[in-house]
Design a protein around this ligand. Structure first.
Ligand SMILES: [Cu+2]
Length: 300
């Protein structure tokens, strides 16, 4: 079940489930121990048009109500963005899972830095978190080290956020190599039925070289900001999401445009007349073709 669609535009990668995180292909090794690469200097072609994958969730290890407790580790990994090319990346828990908690929850994240030779932190971007729990650049976790990040989610904090590393001098590289995740804080009293679910779209950009690796930033990148060559949604290029629009009008509460999997847009009534809008041409045309898909992304 899906519902409101959250957009998170991030610098890192979104790894939509373990299916994308590929094991290193040992069969590709040759006698010199080098990884085989295709004999071409062409830019890698990323597959497009596949069904949008949902981002995995970080599971709550606490059974106590109002408590979210989990383990998070920053580690090297490998992803396969283009056919036959392995891309070395950095990921949280191998998949960059979504952390979902609720207003009022106590959050306790046991974090381990598994990045060889580099300090890191976890910064809870935009969230109302005490300074000593917010992974600031002067509060690093050494390579191989760990710590607990603990904070409460106050009333009124419900929103989609993201988390990312913030070590001094290494933030940009650790983020573009993959470390970033969505933190969804749900409202305590949600007016929208939970059975509609959430669809999270995590937008990232990727620069990938002919051998599948991510090139280091150039001087121009450092001065102007780094922009990748491929825009990804949940780690995929131009995925498709079928949104067969259906209109549900409710005079008392407003108007909802949704599909069979749930709600995609919600509007309070205000001056709008829900029944009139539902009868409007552009909606009824969609209704006559309920299976016509709408692309979730058209690239840039
Ligand atoms: Cu930030």
């Amino acid at each position: 079940m899906q519902r409101r669609t959250f957009l998170a535009s991030l610098g890192g990668l979104a790894a939509a489930g373990p299916a994308i995180a590929q094991e290193h292909d040992m069969g590709g090794m040759n006698g010199h121990g080098n990884h085989a690469v295709p004999p071409t200097n062409a830019n890698p072609v990323l597959p497009e048009g596949h069904p949008l994958k949902e981002l995995p969730r970080l599971s709550n290890q606490s059974a106590a109500p109002g408590v979210f407790k989990a383990k998070l580790a920053a580690e090297p990994g490998t992803m396969r963005f283009a056919e036959g090319l392995d891309t070395p990346v950095l990921l949280y828990n191998g998949t960059n899972p979504v952390i979902e908690a609720r207003e009022g929850d106590k959050v306790e994240i046991s974090f381990k830095n598994g990045i060889p030779g580099e300090p890191t932190t976890v910064h809870w971007h935009g969230m109302p978190v005490p300074a000593d729990q917010d992974g600031n650049p002067m509060d690093p976790v050494a390579s191989g080290g760990d710590r607990i990040y603990a904070f409460d989610l106050p009333e009124g904090s419900a929103a989609p956020y993201w988390f990312h590393p913030h070590p001094h001098g290494l933030t940009a590289e650790q983020v573009y190599r993959g470390l970033a995740g969505v933190f969804l804080v749900k409202p305590k009293d949600d007016p929208i039925p939970s059975e509609y679910g959430d669809t999270i779209l995590m937008l990232t950009d990727l620069r990938i070289a002919a051998d599948g690796t991510m090139p280091e930033s150039t001087m121009a990148d450092l001065m102007n900001g780094r922009v990748g060559d491929h825009v990804l949604v949940n780690g995929q290029k131009n995925p498709t999401m079928v949104v067969a629009v259906r209109c549900v009008a409710d005079r008392a509460n407003g108007i909802a445009f949704g599909n069979r999997r749930g709600l995609v847009h919600w509007r309070r009534q205000q001056h709008l007349h829900a029944d009139r809008l539902c009868g409007a041409g552009w909606l009824s045309r969609q209704e006559r073709h309920p299976d016509r898909g709408v692309r979730a992304s058209e690239g840039r």
